[in-house]
Design a protein around this ligand. Structure first.
Ligand SMILES: Nc1ncnc2c1ncn2[C@@H]1O[C@H](COP(=O)(O)OP(=O)(O)OP(=O)(O)O)[C@@H](O)[C@H]1O
Ligand SMILES: O=P(O)(O)O[C@@H]1[C@H](O)[C@H](O)[C@@H](OP(=O)(O)O)[C@H](OP(=O)(O)O)[C@H]1O
Length: 460
């Protein structure tokens, strides 16, 4: 995104004086650091700035959830998410949708079905429902684990999955209304971005981007949105991208297998801790030689990699090679599962805190771009395994980024036992974008990319 675009969006910044009655969902720009985890801040202020800017009269120990980035907010008409300690409370305002969502969580709670047991790992923990008195009215809430609870500076992005975001019972008007929203990204990518917040690692300020920003994105500018979210202005962080991809690959793998659900209008919630990112970046700066620090990581030459068709998802590519041992997209606590010619195999026994013997994976493209590129991806994958090993198999507190599936208000049973392509395609496109970021974080990417640009100009 160019500076002028950022500036023009900044001009849309919302005045956060108490008498301002606009919801922050229209807000784009910087706000005070009103991190909900920062208990020293006044509750009243948090309630004014976030979640629709309408303070609600809440039960004691409850407050508006300041890390809510999308969905229905406290705005004078709708109720927003509230929180208490480590739990968030989602109000049931539409009876049918609410019952459907409760039904889904209850089904997960009681099921022994392997597919449901697997997806349970990717949804927030469910604590049942509770009645609360809000603004003098009795309201039923779904109680969930707050997925931002362990993060000091939670960066949160809501990505609504699917070209189609209405369910089979939607009215004609609802279908039209949904199809008109976030039109370009839904049509071209199968997902849209209704909102996100990011703590800038450079100054600790929180920036929020609402639905109006998301509705104007297209398949090119969506990359800018991700880079803003990932704090990439000082360079994309490889560990961050890898952690998010680890979750995304697992969700993708589940979505490829499952044949029993249709997830309409569900979201993937990407969360990470900017505090940990800052620490990680600082550590990197101490280890890396100074000249590497000055090399810009993101260059305009990324177009080829960012194409939705290329590269194919690494995990998808793996599934297509019957004669090779390849990453299946399935990670277990014992490490990634590889798919061989006959049966799934585990490529290596992971030991805690392994040492990387060689340097980071690199792309080498000397002659044919196509051939070497494919091989490069394969060999890079072996190196990713080392990183995955560190991320997945060691202490969980080393994880400071994850992805959860949320919002099951429009979940339906699958009628013909086939894939939920509407959900799957959105996830796969998202995975491809993050895989392109992973390649971009390869230390030798820029070097090789520059080499390639000399002889491959026509390819872009
Ligand atoms: N378990 C959770 N932990 C942390 N934040 C959450 C959690 N669940 C939801 N949120 C926050 O609340 C927002 C809205 O959640 P959700 O999509 O479930 O609500 P909704 O009102 O049904 O949304 P929509 O208007 O898209 O139907 C999310 O974007 C996210 O910021
Ligand atoms: O992103 P936007 O522009 O806010 O669009 C809203 C979004 O699609 C919600 O998912 C939807 O709620 P449901 O999922 O409950 O249908 C809501 O419908 P609503 O206006 O009927 O509440 C839409 O307005």
């Amino acid at each position: 995104m160019g500076k002028s675009e950022v500036d023009s969006m900044r001009s849309a910044r919302l005045d956060i004086r108490p008498d301002n009655r606009k919801a922050w969902k229209f807000y784009i720009g910087e706000a005070n650091n009103n991190n909900a985890n920062n208990e020293s801040r006044g509750k009243q202020k948090v309630q004014q700035v976030v979640n629709g800017e309408y303070p609600a009269v809440l039960p004691p120990n409850m407050e508006l959830f300041s890390n809510q980035v999308a969905g229905h907010m406290q705005d004078g008409i709708n109720l927003g998410m509230v929180k208490s300690r480590n739990r968030v409370y989602k109000p049931i305002t539409k009876e049918t949708c609410g019952q459907r969502e409760i039904g889904f969580y209850e089904q997960l709670k009681n099921s022994r079905d392997p597919i449901l047991l697997e997806v349970k790992q990717h949804v927030p923990k469910y604590y049942g429902t509770e009645m609360l008195t809000v603004d003098g009215k009795q309201v039923k809430y779904i109680v969930l684990d707050d997925v931002t609870k362990d993060f000091k500076e939670p960066c949160v992005m809501d990505i609504k999955i699917g070209r189609r975001t209405y369910d089979p019972l939607a009215s004609y008007e609802k279908m039209i209304k949904e199809d008109q929203k976030y039109h370009e990204t839904k049509r071209d990518l199968g997902f849209c971005i209704p909102g996100f917040q990011v703590f800038k690692i450079t100054n600790g300020r929180v920036c929020r981007y609402g639905k109006d920003y998301g509705k104007n994105l297209n398949k090119e500018t969506v990359t800018d949105a991700f880079k803003i979210f990932l704090n990439a202005n000082t360079g994309l962080n490889r560990t961050l991208v890898m952690q998010l991809l680890t979750s995304l690959w697992r969700i993708q793998n589940w979505a490829r297998k499952q044949r029993q659900l249709r997830l309409y209008s569900s979201s993937l919630l990407l969360v990470y801790d900017a505090r940990r990112l800052r620490q990680n970046q600082n550590k990197q700066q101490l280890i890396q030689p100074p000249q590497e620090e000055t090399v810009p990581r993101s260059r305009p030459t990324l177009k080829r990699v960012n194409s939705l068709n290329r590269p194919m998802s690494i995990a998808m590519r793996d599934n297509s090679g019957p004669s090779r041992n390849t990453f299946s997209g399935l990670l277990t606590k014992d490490g990634p599962i590889l798919r061989g010619p006959t049966s799934p195999t585990r490529i290596k026994q992971f030991s805690p805190l392994p040492e990387r013997k060689s340097g980071p994976p690199s792309l080498k493209r000397m002659h044919s771009f196509q051939n070497n590129y494919d091989k490069d991806l394969q060999s890079m994958k072996a190196d990713y395994v080392d990183i995955l090993d560190q991320l997945v198999n060691t202490r969980t507190n080393q994880m400071w980024a994850t992805v959860k599936i949320i919002d099951f208000a429009h979940v339906f049973p699958a009628e013909n036992c086939d894939q939920d392509t509407n959900f799957l395609e959105g996830v796969e496109n998202l995975v491809k974008i993050f895989e392109s970021f992973l390649i971009e974080t390869d230390p030798s990417f820029n070097e090789n990319n520059t080499e390639m640009n000399g002889c491959m100009g026509g390819m872009r």
